[in-house]
Design a protein around this ligand. Structure first.
Ligand SMILES: [Zn+2]
Length: 266
């Protein structure tokens, strides 16, 4: 059971020519211990950025590299111990979502089997850059999901094993092959962390998306048609507020601020 949901910004990014972004992380207080949804950047990214965010990535996303923003620091600031984090659910294994995993060596990571395979095996420079911290770290204990038999608002999904029927992994492919959203029961409804399925709220809820973010979304997607279909499907299903499902994504600072203002959802 999930008793509390905290919204944490675990990495302010200031890409040139684009609005500032956040790395929106959820910290769930549950019967099974603390659970993180994504980690944002971690301590190693701050101490050794050149080794971790390679291929000029740090110069593109331009993180603040503030230790106080790491999930490790924020978990401790909330009065917990890092070892209280028992599970980490990753929307995908890109470096800005997994950089903090090394800071919680006792936690089991949950991801899709497709994403795990992609991070382990994909050849080529883009994959080497985006998955670098994952590949260079000692791989943690992983639970990989390849059966999505549950139906969650019409999306195929898998219940996350430690959280009973309170949370699901919902494949939202396109940004990476095994990219997934994470649905979390929250109050009377649901919260869906959409990861990098979109960068800006207008991509789903309508209105202009800044050109820089549209371009970023396009460039970073491994499957562009798939990514567009995922965004369209999220819009069709949730844009009118259906099903009391609240959407957040990883990098939109306005969505983060709105969610964090309502901090802490029950
Ligand atoms: Zn990202």
């Amino acid at each position: 059971m999930i008793s509390r949901v905290h919204h944490l910004n675990c990495g302010t990014l200031r890409p040139l020519g684009a609005p500032s972004m956040v790395c929106h992380v959820l910290l769930l207080e549950t019967d099974a211990g603390l659970v993180l949804v994504d980690t944002g950047l971690g301590l190693a990214d701050i101490t050794a950025p050149a080794a971790r965010l390679t291929g000029g990535l740090a110069r593109v996303i331009r993180p603040d590299f503030a230790p106080v923003e790491t999930a490790a620091a924020q978990v401790e600031a909330l009065g917990f111990d890092r070892s209280d984090v028992t599970h980490i659910v990753a929307t995908h294994l890109d470096s800005d979502h997994t950089g903090g995993i090394d800071d919680f060596p006792g936690a089991t990571v949950h991801t899709t089997a497709t994403e795990l395979q992609s991070a382990r095996g994909t050849r080529g420079i883009p994959a080497a850059v985006r998955y670098r911290p994952w590949r260079r770290s000692n791989e943690p204990a992983v639970t990989a999901y390849d059966m999505f038999r549950a139906d969650w608002f019409g999306f195929a999904a898998a219940y996350l094993k430690p959280l009973g029927d309170d949370a699901l992994l919902v494949p939202l492919p396109g940004h990476t092959p095994g990219h997934a959203g994470v649905a979390v029961r929250s109050g009377d409804g649901w919260l869906l962390h959409c990861g990098d399925a979109f960068y800006h709220r207008a991509a789903v809820f309508g209105g202009p998306v800044p050109a820089s973010l549209r371009a970023g979304q396009f460039i970073s997607a491994t499957g562009r048609r798939e990514a567009r279909a995922t965004r369209d499907r999220l819009a069709e299903t949730f844009a009118d507020g259906a099903g009391s499902v609240r959407l957040v994504c990883a990098h939109d600072p306005v969505m983060f601020a709105e969610a964090a203002l309502g901090n802490i959802e029950r």
